[in-house]
Design a protein around this ligand. Structure first.
Ligand code: PMP
Length: 363
């Protein structure tokens, strides 16, 4: 298998080979325009059509009603950590509630606290960020502006089950590392956002899906670029958007629809991949330890280790010999991490499982 197909990076990560092939061609020359995608104007009819298609494809994949606006933003998910409280923590609501369940949600909570007074509905630090709470059982203020959580903790490899019923307060989810990995009920959410560099394409674009009624709360007087209404009202073309990233995102949505067959099919593939890897790791119990406690194991990111940095380094070297990359743990946690994003194939996970078993046997 090619090295691209064996990329287990936490992000930016693997992209499907057919998308890479179309991207190569588009950098050379887009068949529709005769120009390189890198030189396409954001005001061209071609790009307007791409923006529309990206939105339509996301709407179709997720089953989004017109109650939601779909917009493409810059600044990554980190900018949303600041923009969300700026836009939605209003004077007429109680403090927004934040769930701190890992590295990324801790960043979201800390950033929100710089913007507005927040309340921490839950914090898992004392337990080493190995567990998640039941969101429905949290003791939250029913008049809170919103409840924010990170649906999949990329670093620790913890994943919440999906929320199905509309909660008592508007629910805002950072889905950066599990967006489009499974179907969901959009009506349970008031806002979903996800940056591209995992399941959606290259870095540079962040998708935000926002209930229109939530947008009515945005206070006047924000800097125009930080007001979410600006991007919705200008059809994600207020200032120069990342044309290339949005183009590749569109190719990914076509791949999900045409080659994978939609999100239910994607979920089934992802479940088989995760099962295969966790079975391998469980069989190596004693030699390998997993970071996440079992009920919250993520299907996207698996944080684990051999319990000794020298062994982890030796495994990385062995994996490298087999053309595998991206298996280093996040710098905040150390150890190893395998990210099984949508574009990582079942064959790639099979190779990784074999490499782990061989390594554990011969160490
Ligand atoms: N949220 C999650 C869940 C993430 O995994 C990351 C980065 N990997 C971020 C937020 C930060 O995203 P960005 O680098 O796009 O600001």
């Amino acid at each position: 298998m090619k090295a691209n197909a064996l990329n287990f990076s936490g992000g930016p990560g693997a992209l499907p080979e057919s998308v890479l092939e179309q991207t190569r061609q588009a950098i050379e020359e887009l068949p529709e325009t005769g120009l390189s995608v890198l030189g396409m104007s954001h005001r061209s009819d071609w790009f307007r059509a791409i923006l529309q298609e990206a939105e339509n494809n996301l709407r179709a994949l997720l089953g989004l009603s017109d109650d939601f606006a779909v917009t493409f933003l810059q600044g990554g998910s980190s900018l949303q950590f600041a923009m969300i409280p700026m836009n939605f923590a209003t004077a007429v609501h109680a403090r927004p509630e934040y769930v701190t369940s890992g590295y990324w949600s801790a960043k979201a909570t800390a950033e929100a606290a710089r913007v507005t007074a927040c309340r921490e509905a839950w914090n898992g630090r004392a337990g080493g960020f190995r567990q998640l709470p039941d969101l429905r059982a949290l003791d939250i203020d029913r008049t809170a502006a919103y409840l924010h959580y990170v649906s999949n903790e990329t670093v620790e490899g913890l994943q919440f089950p999906l929320f199905d019923e509309p909660p008592a307060v508007p629910l805002i989810a950072d889905m950066s590392s599990d967006f489009l990995s499974r179907p969901l009920n959009p009506d349970a959410y008031s806002m979903i956002y996800a940056h591209a560099q995992k399941n959606l394409g290259p870095a540079g674009v962040t998708v935000a899906i926002i209930k229109r009624e939530l947008l009515e709360r945005v206070p006047d007087g924000l800097p125009v670029i930080l007001d979410l209404r600006t991007h919705v009202e200008h059809g994600s073309n207020y200032n120069t958007p990342p044309v290339f990233a949005i183009y590749v995102l569109t190719l990914i949505t076509r791949w999900l629809r045409d080659e994978i067959g939609g999100l239910a099919a994607m979920q089934a593939i992802n479940a088989r991949k995760a099962t295969r890897l966790y079975q391998t790791l469980d069989a190596l119990e004693g030699a390998v330890s997993l970071h996440a406690d079992r009920p919250w194991r993520s299907q996207m990111n698996v944080a684990f280790g051999f319990g000794d940095p020298r062994l982890d380094a030796a495994f990385l070297a062995a994996a490298h010999e087999r053309d595998m990359s991206g298996l280093e743990g996040h710098r905040s946690l150390g150890g190893l991490r395998a990210s099984l994003y949508n574009a990582v194939s079942e064959q790639a996970v099979e190779r990784l499982s074999e490499a782990l078993t061989d390594f554990a046997r011969h160490r």
